[in-house]
Design a protein around this ligand. Structure first.
Ligand code: VG1
Ligand code: CO
Length: 543
């Protein structure tokens, strides 16, 4: 087998966003497009000779082709071993777990997460480092810089690896070990949770529905919930990973997981509804008649984590992304532990977790996780919820309502304006950003602005500074509006408007979220001139 050195030219725009490089499948199918990016990853790392790499993806269209290419390139770039999930499948949190357990040098995850798949959908690739977490900005910036000067890549001329066959095969001088994508992850979960307690919960008649959205979590959920924990067959729906996710967005929210949501709001609702996204790092939790907002879920999981064995001694701290509601801050305060506010994207949690400063992390976009891996973890969140329900012997609804009574409620919603003209969206942000300093101390819609700034974050462990992480407008009486442009979309620009208002009064906790936030929605439009600048009267997605 020979190593070919292929000459190539740089592609525009191979800049990793919030979570890796995401483009249309058709872009990734352009000759050399994937190869260039993979070579730039390898070129940005030192010491890969003889090292091991983990490779897997969420099973979306093009996953199989990309995996074979990456294997051949890893062999040509002197990796010693690749661990790859059977059929090229590995969820994002499982990849993180495998990297850590096998002390791999790093990993490549093929996913565009919650974005739609199929030949006309999206594809993505991201690199994770040796701690199991997404590459920090220093590395993603080096990769991007490299994409602008790349001249050649290395690839082995070799036949495809049989990805359906467990065990070790060789590719040139490199070993390729096909692993069961679920085994290591399941073992990790068994060490964190009291499986016997959850088994007893199901044996006692507790019923749930888990919607895998035809994405990667199907095999994990079936193996853990149904086979290991005794949930009845049929608990997991849409459990077969499909290249086009059955034509849906594998995004676990009330809009895209509508069938599950409607079931949970209806008379035949089981005790718990849950769903996960394309690559298995996000989760949605719904109780009978109550949707648990992701920010609330983070706060509730943090407040109750001690009910699961791994967290029995208490948590060290909580970290949340800046736009995530401040419900978690109240729990941290109550527990007497620190709460960190980071920019959007899981890569910012890695250092805090490595330094042992925090145990639980979360984002408003339905991601929660802990120090067991360095990614958010959908199934973990479901298992922690099940543990809490089993220990407290209360329905989800009651747990949520009691939480609000104890800590107050942070009404929270995100309004997305998708596929905007990128220039118009950029101008909106630039204009608002330039006006922020003058807004402090002024009053709008009867509310006084206490803080208005462009969020910047200095990492407390390595001192690195990340600027332009979202525009914040914080009002006196504990309400807040945040404006950000998405870093994961593939068409035009997406404006995210995050709205939050704290309500201490329990008699007003059952109000509809959108009604509770209605005046903040008006203020957001007045501040940023959303309708005028984007031509949109209403957001495309409200979560
Ligand atoms: C979105 C979410 C962010 C999340 C990111 C990756 O980013 O807002 O919280 O970390 O997706 O999640 P953005 O830049 O579009 O707002 V995943 O599950 O898509 O890897
Ligand atoms: Co995801």
């Amino acid at each position: 087998m020979t190593i070919r050195i292929v000459s190539t030219k740089p592609f525009e725009g191979q800049k990793p966003g919030t979570s890796g490089l995401r483009k249309k499948v058709t872009v990734f199918q352009t000759p050399n497009y994937l190869e260039n990016f993979v070579q730039c990853i390898f070129d940005s790392l030192s010491g890969v000779g003889g090292a091991s790499l983990v490779v897997g993806g969420d099973g979306r269209f093009h996953n199989d082709v990309a995996v074979q290419t990456i294997l051949r390139m890893a062999a040509a770039n002197n990796f010693g071993q690749v661990l790859v999930g059977r059929h090229g499948l590995l969820s994002t949190p499982a990849t993180s777990a495998v990297i850590r357990k096998h002390r791999a040098f790093g990993g490549i995850i093929l996913s565009a997460s919650h974005n739609p798949g199929g030949p006309d959908g999206d594809f993505g690739i991201k690199y994770n480092v040796g701690n199991g977490g997404p590459a920090p900005e220093k590395i993603t910036e080096a990769i991007y810089a490299r994409t602008r000067s790349i001249r050649e890549y290395r690839i082995l001329d070799a036949p495809d690896i049989a990805l359906e066959r467990l065990g070790t095969q060789t590719l040139g001088g490199m070993a390729v070990t096909v692993i069961d994508p679920v085994a290591d992850y399941k073992e990790l979960m068994a060490g964190i949770f009291d499986f016997a307690a959850i088994r007893a919960l199901f044996a006692g008649g507790f019923r749930m529905r888990f919607d895998a959205m035809h994405a990667v979590t199907g095999p994990y959920a079936k193996s853990i919930l149904e086979e290991e924990l005794g949930a009845p067959a049929g608990t997991v729906v849409n459990g077969m990973p499909l290249p086009d996710f059955g034509g849906h967005h594998p995004d676990p929210n009330p809009v895209h997981a509508k069938e599950l949501y409607d079931l949970m709001m209806g008379p035949r609702a089981p005790d718990l509804g849950a769903a996960a996204d394309g690559d298995g790092d996000r989760n949605m939790i719904v109780g009978r008649g109550v949707f648990v907002a992701p920010s609330d879920s983070l706060a509730i999981l943090a407040a109750n984590a001690h009910l699961a064995p791994a967290y029995r001694a208490g948590i060290k701290g909580i970290a949340r992304s800046m736009p995530t509601s401040r419900a978690a801050d109240r729990v941290a305060e109550g527990l007497g532990v620190p709460c960190f506010e980071t920019p959007t994207g899981w890569k910012f949690f890695g250092n805090l977790l490595d330094a042992g400063k925090v145990t639980i992390c979360g984002e408003e976009s339905a991601g929660t996780g802990s120090d067991h891996v360095r990614e958010k973890d959908g199934i973990w969140a479901v298992l922690l919820w099940l543990s809490i329900v089993a220990a407290r012997r209360q329905p989800v609804t009651q747990i949520v309502h009691e939480h609000w009574r104890t800590y107050g409620r942070n009404f929270y919603s995100r309004h997305d304006y998708e596929e905007l003209n990128a220039d118009a969206a950029g101008a909106l942000m630039a204009d608002l950003g330039s006006r922020l300093p003058n807004l402090v101390g002024t009053t709008i819609g009867g509310r006084r602005i206490a803080v208005a700034d462009d969020f910047a974050y200095r990492d407390p462990t390595d001192g690195s500074l990340s600027r332009n992480q979202g525009l914040r407008v914080i009002f006196d009486e504990d309400s807040r509006i945040v404006f950000r442009l998405s870093g994961t979309g593939t068409a035009g620009a997406t404006l995210r408007v995050y709205l939050e208002r704290f309500e201490p009064d329990p008699t007003r906790h059952r109000v509809d979220t959108q009604a509770a936030l209605a005046d903040l929605v008006r203020i957001a439009d007045e501040l940023a001139q959303i309708r005028r600048r984007t031509g949109r009267d209403v957001p495309s997605v409200v979560t």
